[in-house]
Design a protein around this ligand. Sequence first.
Ligand SMILES: [Cu+2]
Length: 504
Amino acid sequence: MTNHTTPRRTFLTALGSLPLLALRPAWAQGMGHDMHAMSAAPKAAGPVALAPVSALPAGAPLVSLQKLANTSSTPGTFRATLTAAPVTLPLIAAGPTELWAYNASLPGPLIEVFEGDTVEITFVNNLPQPSTIHWHGLPVPSEQDGNPQDAVAPGARRAYTFTLPPGSAGTYWYHPHPHGMTAEQVYRGLAGTFIVRAKDDPFAAVPERLLACSDLKLADDGSIAPSDANDEMDGREGQFALVNGQRQPVLRFDASGRERWRIWNANSARYLRLSLPGATLTLVGTDGGLLEQPVPGLTELLLAPAQRAEVIVDAPTKAGRVALVAGVYARGKMGDARPDQPITLLQVDFAAPPAQPPTALPAKLRAIADLGAPQATKRVVFSEKMSMAGGVHSMKFLVNRKQFDMARMDFTSRAGEVELWEIVNESDMDHPFHIHGTQFQVTESEMDGKVTPAPYRAWRDIVNLKSGETVRIKLMQRFKGPRMFHCHILEHENAGMMGQVMVI
Ligand SMILES: [Cu+2]
């Protein structure tokens, strides 16, 4: 399979000409521990000039995601260490960039396990801030899920341990979730991919391609740009849209004419409205794994922040280069940022198509049982509120009219009970809803009084809500303990659009 046979290279080595010696942990150089002083110091006055998009080299061959090595020799156990630390890289010529990264890799290393495996990750926090690792979308116990209440102090470490049940095969990721600092830690580079595989995967023989999409916002001196008022209001979008840490890399499509793509939207706020003209796209999986049947005829794929998809890509009938483009998606931005433009994420080189037309995909991929009749209901209302606190014009983002309070439980749920959650977006912009601890099934959405049933059953942990939209989902938590639910535009989450449910 494509990703398994090519040499593993990190972003760093992919750039080839960059000196590896430049990779040095900044914390090892006596850097201070006051992040606010550090990030604001030279740039406190006025908006920061950004580096031009052309400053980051483009067009290198797409690298495979670096894999986290399993240090355990026990079958069924995956054991490794993830160290979050500053790392300085020469990304653009104007000056070095201090990223925060897991194991000095951007994106963080891929964790790849099978259903039934037990995962033991030692997390070492060498950041100047408290942090946690949240296992986004995975069914892990509450106390192992990197809740903000369970922060790991700078210089400290902890173990995360969980066992992945049958049926959990899917495309997940991991990222920090500390109180009030998630957005900053992610936009500085902390996020990694996580795949749970099934032993009876119907696409095991199809070459697989892993595409982790993220972004970076750099000032013209190469430093990570501070967030401005537009970033805080609309969510931060970096000028550099990256795939596997590279700008506009080139993918050489498999000669068989078919690939299975797993795509992550690991951006803080950028929506990916993806299209690949000429290729035939079939949706086969969502956040929590395969669908029941393939959904053919995809002309574009919208991935909200934090969302993932699995797509079977069949090559166009003609050889040539096609751009994977993230088109403009109107999500109700309110700031005065420049209008969005389409962005080329990736160039795909298709060879001459094989003589044989592509074989039919299996009609049935797996069974997804309906969760059944709900035994309890919850209602979540997203809203926004203008604030002039301290004479500063800003926006508050609310859940059920309240800002997040770590000391407050908003709901109580019972483990093992099916619940219907109604999520209502009364704000003026799109928000992707996410809940921890379990996957959910969208049952229907409602807009202007018109109810649309979900077109197919799928396991998801993210569902996007347009302004004025209501979405109904069914879910069941398996483990007791507190769980977060929030908007996954990370600046909105930080600004209060988050709540907690205590599972008893
Ligand atoms: Cu939001």
